[in-house]
Design a protein around this ligand. Structure first.
Ligand code: 6GU
Length: 238
């Protein structure tokens, strides 16, 4: 999978993809993330990428030409499944969106800044608008990093058995159960007996019950409609 991120602040995206799981995915050739500095496509001597809003009002607007040029150059190299615009008024990102985007081959992610992009970019060049929640960030870069991380860790071969995405919170519509490691007793704080029993079926059943209990308690919204399985986005059978 290939992800091309377009931004006016490429420095913000240098860190996240050169570490840990994302780095390993790149090293294994499973994912390639390329960051493009929009200023390279800026207009005039100043390499401008934004301008005042028609009709007035505070804040600059990202111009259509640098964005269109950058996307055009990328599209000459390969076909893209989606051109995503990161914006707080987009569709809220969740695990099911991560799952479906992880099945795509090539994605462009455009990071919004200032007062956003010229509306014609959204109308004509963007195929999907994504937010990561109901709060406002100073730019789309950190949101793009969040989305990219959530997608890449789902690609086959990126995670090993120990880190398998199949047991993630949300992957079956439930929160993940509690986990413990050694020591079995710390200052009298004990690990639940069943986890030390070696009885696989009992452990599985305890984990399921804990997942349900935790979800009911913390995220009752995920349980709506189906008290046994959550939101119906199940990709694994219990
Ligand atoms: Cl995608 N961008 C910005 N600027 N703020 C956000 C967001 C995106 N998602 C939540 N807040």
């Amino acid at each position: 999978m290939r992800i091309d991120i377009i931004t006016v602040l490429p420095g913000l995206l240098e860190g996240p993809f050169s570490h840990s799981i994302l780095k390993r995915a790149e090293d294994k050739g499973l994912a390639s993330v390329k960051v493009h500095d929009l200023r390279g496509y800026g207009i005039g001597k100043q390499k401008s990428v934004d301008d005042y809003a028609f009709g007035g009002g505070a804040g600059m607007v990202m111009m259509i030409e640098p964005i269109a040029k950058c996307i055009e150059v990328l599209k000459k190299e390969r076909d893209y499944d989606e051109v995503i615009y990161m914006t707080p008024d987009g569709l809220t990102f969740d695990q099911s969106m991560a799952n479906s985007l992880s099945l795509r081959e090539n994605l462009i992610i455009l990071c919004g800044h200032y007062k956003g992009v010229d509306e014609r970019v959204r109308q004509h060049l963007i195929t999907k608008e994504v937010s990561i929640g109901d709060f406002v960030l100073s730019g789309g870069e950190l949101a793009a990093a969040v989305v990219t991380d959530a997608i890449i860790r789902l690609l086959p071969g990126v995670l090993n058995d120990e880190t398998s995405a199949l047991t993630d919170s949300f992957q079956d519509g439930l929160l993940a159960p509690p986990v413990y490691t050694r020591p079995a007793s710390y200052k009298g704080w004990e690990v639940p007996e069943v986890l030390l029993s070696g009885h696989a079926a009992n452990i599985e059943s305890w984990r399921f019950d804990e997942s349900v209990r935790r979800t009911k308690e913390r995220r009752p919204d995920l349980m709506e409609g189906d008290i046994s399985l959550g939101n119906g986005d199940s990709t694994t059978e219990r």
